[in-house]
Design a protein around this ligand. Structure first.
Ligand SMILES: N[C@@H](CCC(=O)N[C@@H](CS)C(=O)NCC(=O)O)C(=O)O
Length: 207
């Protein structure tokens, strides 16, 4: 398999999954800061101009959530059996990340970290939405070791977004269930390897 990726939350979801699953893959760094996502070669794989992209033989697959579900189905790892109630709960939490946590925290990064001072309204809106979403995750992790049953691709989807808590101006210790889950997964060697793909961006942030 070939993974086209960069050191961002959506990219790391997939490299963490590949590492946890023990799969062999080649990495191609698409430096989105330099505009590599707009190159003709990358666009021939992904017309959406965004990493990550996975190539597995004839299958080219984009969208990090779809890639995670593809890898879980392909390997039979990190997902409950297809069609069970537990399976659909896992899918629910992947969708929660894809439709809510990722897009909202992405906006928090844009306004609070990269463009502070440009819009008080947007800063307040995305800060409070980030806090609300961390509250939901904290509630979900009350009395649970993982987001949906055993360690699953739903955890792989959510964890890299939490690793940017500093960009989001989130006090992780205010969400103790999230902080404990985050630190426990951060200690896993496969998470550490996946976090460093395609470039080593230094140690995993800790609260
Ligand atoms: N829904 C897409 C979002 C992918 C995405 O936003 N990728 C970002 C990096 S995390 C990107 O490539 N940005 C480049 C750009 O917007 O030009 C997914 O989950 O794969």
């Amino acid at each position: 398999m070939q993974l086209y990726t960069w050191s961002t939350p959506n990219g790391r979801k997939v490299s963490i999954a590949l590492e946890e699953m023990g799969l062999n893959y080649e990495t191609f760094a698409i430096d989105i800061g330099k505009g590599d996502q707009h190159s003709p070669d990358f666009l021939s794989l992904n017309i959406n101009h965004k990493i990550p992209t996975l190539v597995d033989g004839d299958q080219v697959i984009n969208e990090s959530g779809a890639i995670l579900l593809y890898l879980a189905a392909k390997t039979g790892q990190f997902a409950p059996d297809y069609g069970t109630a537990e399976h659909w709960t896992m899918v629910e939490w992947v969708m929660w990340q894809m439709g809510g946590l990722g897009p909202m925290l992405g906006q928090a990064h844009h306004f609070l970290h990269f463009n502070p001072g440009k819009s008080d309204y947007a800063e307040a809106r995305f800060k409070s939405e980030a806090e609300r979403l961390y509250g939901v995750l904290n509630k979900r992790l009350e009395g649970r070791a993982h987001v949906a049953g055993d360690l699953s691709v739903a955890d792989f989807a959510i964890w890299p977004w939490v690793s940017r808590f500093e960009y989001q101006k989130i006090d992780l210790n205010a969400y103790p269930n999230v902080a404990e889950w985050y630190a426990r997964l951060a200690a896993r060697p496969a998470f550490q390897r996946g976090y460093a793909v395609p470039v080593d961006a230094g140690p995993i942030p800790m609260p």
